[in-house]
Design a binder for this molecule. Structure first.
Ligand code: AQP
Length: 342
């Protein structure tokens, strides 16, 4: 089976964007591929964060993976920091990463500009090397990536090729290794179109965990009343009827897309159903669809978190399976780079 890895940062509560853009797709993928889904806690410390919150957010994120339908009998579910090889490989890869490659990363430029120089740790710059390590450790065939991660995956691919060229092949064989490529070069798996969910208060910026206003997102654990209130107050417009893809109506496109994705209807079906509606009649429809879809997830979440040892057990098992793959890769890299074997 081909292998896929993916993860979410425990930087806050998971929202509809994380679900429709990532986790919901994982459920289908776990039936076809060998999948490793992790909670990328080491990535969550690249910007200032609350230490009291990190472990809780990590556990909540893991519980939500399962509640959304990730099946631990099919996928390995684990916490990134529980598999030490991620950090080890990152150091080894850092030595092969030209600093210019990292300086070019758009996300680094944007996030560092927003946070201000004094608040930017080195880890924000080297984040893509850790991401490369997350992927290359598992010799992944595919990585599901949204638009904003494409550049990082490209860096991962270039880095894999660079390390293969620098240390792989005959040179590695002479050191007693198997020779050939050290890393598989992963391919991007582009998620279905329309899976980018925008903010409820601004149809031009993406729904995000770290946006200051909670009104801007639907969290997967929001109650019925909270969802109803957020939809009631979300940004709309005063055009007649409802339509997709009018550049002057980004909020309208976003709310119709959410409705489409959450109900599983086709775009055409949604157009026919909603084109003559007013906001007053569409909003309760969208609210009901969201509440009905999220309710079973919330029930499962409550079940999973009522027994803390269950989740601990799944995460320990996942980490041990992941480590058995990751350790082989990192040991190969040490050998190919000429380190004395332990
Ligand atoms: N609005 C979104 N629409 C579609 N997909 C989204 N994802 C995030 N927001 C949306 C997808 O969720 C996965 C996990 O993302 P992440 O936690 O690694 O970081 P992120 O993309 O930066 O997500 P957030 O929610 O915006 O977090 P913060 O605020 O901490 O930066 C990814 O697959 C991402 O594409």
């Amino acid at each position: 089976k081909k292998r896929i890895v993916s993860g979410v940062q425990p930087t806050g509560s998971l929202h509809l964007g994380n679900y429709l853009g990532a986790i919901k797709n994982w459920i289908d993928l776990q039936n076809t591929y060998e999948t490793l889904y992790f909670i990328v806690d080491l990535h969550a410390i690249t910007l200032p964060y609350e230490t009291q919150q990190l472990s809780k957010a990590t556990k909540d994120t893991a519980a939500l993976y399962l509640a959304c339908g990730v099946d631990p009998s099919k996928a390995s579910v684990f916490v990134q920091s529980h598999v030490r090889a991620h950090v080890e490989l990152m150091w080894l890869l850092s030595s092969a990463t030209p600093i210019g490659w990292l300086n070019r990363m758009i996300q680094f430029k944007e996030k560092s500009r927003k946070a201000g120089d004094e608040n930017v740790g080195v880890a924000l710059l080297t984040y893509p090397v850790l991401m490369a390590s997350d992927i290359l450790l598992y010799q992944s065939d595919f990585v599901p990536v949204g638009e904003d991660q494409k550049q990082h995956l490209e860096l991962t691919r270039e880095l894999a090729e660079r390390v293969n060229n620098l240390y792989g092949g005959r040179k590695w064989k002479k050191l007693g290794g198997r020779g050939g490529s050290i890393f598989k070069v992963p391919e991007p798996l582009i998620p279905p179109a329309g899976a980018r969910v925008m903010s409820l208060t601004d149809g031009l910026s993406k729904m995000s965990k770290s946006a200051p206003s909670d009104q801007s997102r639907i969290n997967l654990l929001d109650s019925k009343d909270v969802i109803a209130n957020k939809i009631k107050r979300c940004k709309t417009d005063s055009f007649p009827g409802l339509e997709f893809d009018n550049p002057e109506r980004p909020e309208c496109t976003n709310l119709l897309s959410i409705y489409q994705l959450i109900t599983g209807k086709s775009k055409q079906e949604v157009v026919e159903e909603c084109q003559d509606m007013s906001w007053g009649s569409f909003k309760p429809l969208l609210t009901d669809a969201l509440v009905n879809h999220l309710h079973p997830i919330q029930v499962r979440y409550a079940e999973i978190t009522s027994d803390t040892s269950y989740l601990d057990h799944i995460l320990a098992e996942g980490a041990s399976k992941a480590a058995s793959i990751a350790d082989v890769t990192v040991n190969n890299v040490y050998q190919a780079m000429g380190f004395l074997q332990r």
